[in-house]
Design a protein around this ligand. Structure first.
Ligand SMILES: Cc1cc2nc3c(=O)[nH]c(=O)nc-3n(C[C@H](O)[C@H](O)[C@H](O)COP(=O)(O)OP(=O)(O)OC[C@H]3O[C@@H](n4cnc5c(N)ncnc54)[C@H](O)[C@@H]3O)c2cc1C
Length: 571
């Protein structure tokens, strides 16, 4: 349990940009907002920040936890996407690479440069000159489209250099490789940083609050009925405009507003697997081909030990049409087999299912080409561009897009809101530092703990250190083998609106995505640690722990059945 000295130090912490659910609910019941945003993924978070910084009174409601939908389950790349260039979507890549540059500046503590290698492999000692030439042209195109903005151009490296980056591949297979640069970020933390910035500017936020009805009064005011997940209470919020940023659920919200389900979203499932780094030993991200498919997978080292080695590597992503329930996309045996087949065709360490320490699965909210039109072909070939539409009742829906382009999507959505409101304030998020990033510079020769904390909180690291200073026990490890400390779980509750054990273990920290078993082993202890802050009694601690373990067991069970068996089991 958190000690009493912890509780008193919490009270003395500066409350700026603290995400406060109780205040949020009160304001939702009493204020009339210029805009109310539905959905607390990266898109909704971006919209609420854009709107509040244009001077609008703004609120956001999220059904579950912030980033609990797709926005915590991405590949965590802030990138243009070489693949989209190869599909001819030059505009998307150009815009994404421009946003990548902005994000590196505006969220400098969270967005880190990541080198990528595309090996050029020889088949029976013969290199396909055609493939190498085509790749070379694609690399130049990527640089010219905006890859240069990262300050480094791609280069060709020889077989020995390539092998040194991933020594678990056979040296003989390399002919050479291309090296280029993109960036990575913890998606769920990015979401929280955007939301805390919005809160700092006065936005009202609440998670665990589901929108169940949208009505329009004669004067155009929207009445949005919300249900509080914990009390079951109904709240009717009032707003002049509504933005629907609910990802793969966007059509359901449109149905509440328009009366019919428009069927515009085609969900595409993508999974990732985590394995111990020793199984791959890659010191940069590597793009590996999937045998017998035209796709490739990213193999990404995760959690640096600071000495060129890492703790984990994650591999993904798949891209398949999803026919199951959108509330429950699971990583099935088919997905695991697909990823391991590609990995084992690349490395010679014989990675098996029992080596997999964690999995995650998410749905891309891809937009079909026109409303209701059935689109054939692979989801991988559908555009990642976003779309903003306004309903006859004046509800703005923003769908599609990418984590990387959330700011631009938000700008377009709020431009549509401004039109409805007849207001002219312009977007100012292009150069707006996110919480923790303004005047942040990493400590030189930092200890592992300081490096870890700074890379997650930036200048707010001081608030974590203040907690530790008041109670040194909070500097101890949260989950054995993982870099998180107990102070982070406390901060997740006091400042980041974590309201469940899963919020802390899956999104505020990413423990469950690194090592599910190790996380389960300490779930009860973490629940007891945060219990006093959430007024949980012993029964609630036991229930939270049980719910977390059961959810992990469901994930484990899904990984043992085929996609078809899993979908049948949900019907
Ligand atoms: C496997 C995979 C890998 C990806 N990798 C990358 C990548 O590396 N880089 C990149 O740029 N992009 C990537 N993407 C794309 C990116 O992750 C998504 O475009 C983005 O996260 C979508 O965010 P969103 O806010 O629109 O949706 P979500 O994050 O799903 O948010 C929608 C929210 O709405 C809430 N909601 C739904 N109904 C209601 C209701 N009735 N009331 C209140 N709230 C409601 C949901 O709970 C949810 O939290 C990837 C996507 C996938 C699936």
């Amino acid at each position: 349990m958190a000690s009493s000295s912890t509780s008193s130090s919490l009270a003395s912490l500066a409350s700026d940009a603290r995400l406060d659910r109780a205040t949020g609910l009160l304001r939702l019941a009493s204020d009339t907002f210029d805009v109310l945003v539905i959905g607390g993924g990266i898109t909704g978070s971006g919209v609420v920040l854009d709107a509040v910084t244009r001077g609008l009174s703004t609120a956001l409601v999220e059904r579950d936890d912030f980033a609990s939908g797709t926005s915590s389950k991405s590949s965590k790349l802030i990138h243009g996407g070489l693949r989209y260039l190869q599909q001819g979507d030059i505009r998307l890549v150009y815009e994404a690479l421009r946003e990548r540059k902005r994000l590196r500046r505006n969220a400098s503590h969270l967005v880190h440069v990541l080198p990528f290698m595309i090996p050029i492999l020889s088949k029976d000692s013969v290199v396909s000159k055609k493939i190498a030439r085509a790749l070379g042209s694609a690399m130049w195109m990527y640089d010219l489209t905006g890859g240069w903005r990262i300050g480094k151009l791609h280069k060709r490296i020889n077989a020995d250099e390539a092998f040194a980056h991933i020594p678990t591949m056979s040296r003989e297979r390399f002919s050479s490789a291309y090296l280029y640069y993109d960036a990575e970020a913890d998606d769920a933390r990015l979401c929280i940083a955007v939301l805390r910035t919005a809160a700092q500017h006065g936005a009202v936020l609440a998670n665990a609050c589901t929108v169940v009805a949208i009505d329009t009064e004669v004067d155009g005011t929207k009445l949005i009925t919300l249900v509080d997940k914990y009390t079951g209470d109904k709240i009717v919020a009032r707003a002049r405009t509504v933005v629907n940023a609910s990802g793969v659920w966007a059509d359901d919200i449109r149905e509440l507003d328009e009366g019919t389900h428009p069927h515009t979203i085609r969900p595409a499932k993508g999974v990732h697997l985590t394995v111990p780094w020793d199984k791959v030993r890659n010191d940069i991200a590597v793009v590996i081909p999937v045998p017998g498919d035209k796709r490739s997978l990213f193999v990404i080292p995760w959690v640096s030990n600071g000495d060129g080695t890492y703790k984990y590597t994650y591999i993904g992503t798949t891209d398949t049409d999803f026919k199951g329930p959108v509330n429950d996309p699971q990583c099935t045996k088919d997905d695991i087999d697909y990823v391991l087949r590609a990995l084992n065709a690349a490395v010679n360490t014989g990675v098996t299912e029992s080596d997999v320490t964690a999995v995650w699965s998410g749905l891309r909210p891809l937009v079909q080409t026109s409303d209701g039109e059935a689109v054939k072909g692979r989801t991988a070939d559908l555009s990642r561009r976003h779309r903003v539409t306004t309903s006859p009742n004046g509800v703005v829906t923003v769908t599609g897009g990418k984590l990387t382009t959330y700011r631009e999507m938000s700008q377009d959505a709020v431009d549509a809101v401004m039109q409805l409101l007849g207001s002219r304030h312009r977007c100012s998020t292009q150069r707006l530092s996110l919480r923790g990033s303004a005047r942040f510079s990493p400590t030189k020769n930092a200890s592992d703990l300081v490096r870890h904390i700074e890379s997650r909180y930036g200048t707010d690291a001081n608030q974590i250190y203040a907690l530790i200073e008041s109670d040194p026990h909070l500097a101890t490890v949260l989950i054995e083998g993982l870099p998180y400390v107990k102070a982070e779980a406390i901060f997740a509750v006091t400042h980041e609106m974590a309201t469940t054990l899963d919020d802390v273990l899956s999104r505020r920290t990413r423990s469950r995505l690194f090592d599910r078993r190790a996380t389960i082993a300490q779930a009860g202890e973490v629940a007891a640690l945060i219990a006093p802050l959430l007024n949980w009694d012993e029964t609630r601690v036991a229930n939270e722990t049980r719910a977390f373990i059961d959810d992990c067991a469901r994930e484990d069970a899904a990984a043992r059945v085929t996609e078809e068996e899993f979908i049948n089991s949900t019907q």
